[in-house]
Write a protein that binds this ligand. Structure first.
Ligand code: FAD
Length: 353
């Protein structure tokens, strides 16, 4: 492959940032084009599985990952009333343990801290904010990319890490995201607010029927991720205390008390997913992360998978003779495994107690 390969990444989320860093570590300076005016992640904690941590160390980000992420020793599953059901992952979550690597313990990190960590090696001159990709035209020897602000750039390779709403995915499929019948509310509490419920290194998971609420210690507090059933398919909507308590008002008193300290309304986001694709790449354009394989968060694998994709595409582009070979290698490595996780994450039992 030529030395000065020009790579453009559409999307500066966790997948796009990881890809730029994985390429940078191999001497390829990719340009990220992001539609938003700043790179930021809202939401709560992400469990970094051992293979993800392994990559962060490989990319020279191990110390930051240790500084900003917290190791987890225990997952306690509780009834709504706070009685212990079981320790450790339930059998339906076996995929979580399939990827274990010796020497790494699961570590939780706030999404914004993970994004900052992944962006650390990158120079701002390669990150272009306020650039919404409008169209791409693939030519024999390059791709022309047009942005809504009028800018036009050319690239040898385009990696579309443009998320679940990906426009680029339309090259491969006319599918639409599928609503799973649930919403998620995510926020951060202070340690002080949750100290009666959560100990250091212990993730708590309340479950009753279709309601699941995680309390996950992260570096800047304790992250709440609560999933509740609803037929409201709007992507996001503000909700008030009354709606939250209609689902969890009968849970243990210490948990219910947490909702006194919210500033209402809070945002509730619908959970959507996509079905696996049979192909991710054209001759010069490929998909990565949620644009390729948006999945339900039931296995906590979406961001982890995007980061694994990043290493695979960077390795393929750096080591293969041609772009075609690189895309083939990338898809062979990543499509079967993400297809399996995507399919497994749709298991309705994982959204129930
Ligand atoms: C409730 C919930 C909990 C989750 N928990 C976990 C977890 O614990 N562990 C885990 O591994 N995963 C988890 N996930 C999944 C994880 O959030 C996603 O898989 C991951 O963020 C995908 O990253 P991405 O970079 O592919 O896409 P995104 O983060 O969606 O980034 C896409 C980026 O592309 C930009 N973009 C889109 N279109 C354009 C355009 N036309 N031009 C320019 N830029 C564009 C967007 O603005 C965005 O910045 C969870 C998801 C949800 C909903």
């Amino acid at each position: 492959m030529k030395d000065d390969l020009k790579v453009v990444i559409i999307g500066g989320g966790l997948g796009g940032a990881a890809t730029a860093t994985a390429l940078y570590k191999r001497g390829i300076q990719a340009h990220i084009y992001e539609q938003a005016p700043e790179l930021t992640e809202v939401g709560a904690g992400i469990v970094m599985h051992p293979p993800t941590q392994h990559l962060l160390y490989k990319w020279g980000l191990g110390e930051l990952c240790e500084e900003k992420g917290k190791t987890v020793k225990k997952l306690d599953m509780l009834t709504a009333k706070g009685e212990l059901i079981a320790d450790g992952p339930k059998s339906g979550l076996d995929l979580l343990t399939l990827d274990s690597l010796e020497g790494y313990k699961p570590r939780v990190i706030h999404r914004a801290h993970l994004l900052d960590t992944l962006l650390t090696p990158l120079s701002s001159e390669y990150i272009h904010l306020d650039h919404k990709c409008e169209s791409m035209i693939e030519h024999e020897d390059h791709v022309e990319i047009r942005f809504t602000n009028g800018k036009v750039v050319q690239a040898d390779v385009v990696i579309a890490a443009d998320g679940i709403h990906s426009n680029t995915r339309k090259i491969f499929s006319n599918d639409e995201p599928i609503f799973c019948g649930a919403h998620s509310i995510r926020t951060i509490f202070s340690y002080e607010e949750t100290k009666h419920l959560v100990e250091e290194k212990r993730v708590v998971m309340y479950q009753e029927g279709d309601i699941i609420a995680f309390l996950i210690p992260v570096a800047n507090g304790v992250a709440l991720d609560m999933i509740y059933p609803t037929q409201d398919a709007s992507w996001s909507k503000p909700v008030d205390k009354e709606l939250i308590l209609s689902h969890v008002g009968h849970f243990e008193e210490g948990f219910v008390r947490l909702f006194d300290s919210f500033e209402y309304p809070v945002m509730s986001r619908a959970l959507y997913f996509r079905q696996p694709l049979e192909k991710w790449s054209t001759r010069r354009i490929t998909l990565l992360g949620d644009s390729a394989h948006a999945m339900l968060p039931t296995l906590g694998q979406g961001a982890n998978s995007a980061i694994q994709d990043a290493e695979a595409i960077a390795d393929a582009l750096a080591s293969c003779e041609t772009i075609t070979e690189a895309f083939e290698q990338y898809e062979q490595e990543r499509r079967p495994v993400t297809t399996a996780i995507q399919t497994q994450s749709q298991n309705p039992e994982l959204l129930k107690a």
